[in-house]
Design a protein around this ligand. Structure first.
Ligand code: HEM
Length: 188
């Protein structure tokens, strides 16, 4: 029972942190465009903290599954090799892929200087794929999916990420003004 509660709470925390991290990260990439409208705090550092915590919560979430009650317990292989789980294999498989995207984003985030800006941005766009996969996984396998608060959480975060993503696509298309240059993680 305790592990089941931990699996659910770490899953919801991971999802919330990931969606906030992508929302704030997208606002940060649009800082040149939104600066004239809003006075913005240091979104970059908030984005880095949120993504690190999202990854940590996802590791805890996946790790707890090793200790679930016997019937639902997953082996390390079922957690790490997509689509090999005994139950909900598709929806758990896409979560494993989301986790790999998150790891890729974290590693390439730290190694940002090694890539050209164009290449790095293309890799970092995987964050939207990770978000969609995590959202689908959460809705499909969650025990709490139809709890009112969780419906509100998924709808609000889905809307917020969708709207900033569209704004970014439209802004870039309309103004042809390039996005501000990303600053490396270890930039003071
Ligand atoms: C290693 C990859 C992952 C595996 C194997 C996995 C597995 C699972 C399983 C088995 C459940 C069902 C728990 C229950 O009985 O309710 C679950 C729920 C959930 N997972 Fe994952 N998950 C993974 C990654 C993720 C990621 C990356 C996120 C979000 C960032 C996430 C968010 C959630 C959420 C929100 C729930 C629903 C909690 C609830 O409503 O009860 N998971 N996951």
């Amino acid at each position: 029972m305790t592990f089941w509660i931990l699996i659910r709470s770490t899953g919801i925390s991971a999802y919330l942190l990931l969606s906030l991290s992508i929302f704030i990260g997208t606002l940060y990439s649009l800082r040149e465009q939104i600066k004239p409208v809003f006075k913005i705090p240091d979104l970059r550092i908030i984005h880095i903290y949120l993504s690190t915590m999202a990854l940590g919560a996802t590791f805890l979430h996946g790790g707890m599954l090793l200790f679930h009650r016997e019937k639902e317990r997953l082996s390390l292989q079922e957690i790490l090799v997509p689509f090999t789980s005994r139950y909900d294999s598709f929806w758990i498989g896409i979560a494993t892929i989301a986790l790999y995207f998150m790891v890729l984003l974290a590693i390439t985030g730290v190694m940002q200087r090694k890539f050209s800006i164009v290449t790095w941005r293309k890799i970092h766009a995987a964050s939207y794929v990770a978000f969609v996969l995590a959202l689908l996984h959460s809705i499909a396998v969650g025990t709490d999916t139809w709890n009112t608060w969780i419906v509100v959480l998924y709808a609000t975060t889905g809307f917020l990420v969708g709207i900033v993503y569209l704004y970014r696509v439209v802004m870039l298309g309309r103004t042809r003004k390039s996005l501000a240059k990303p600053e490396p993680i270890n930039h003071a």
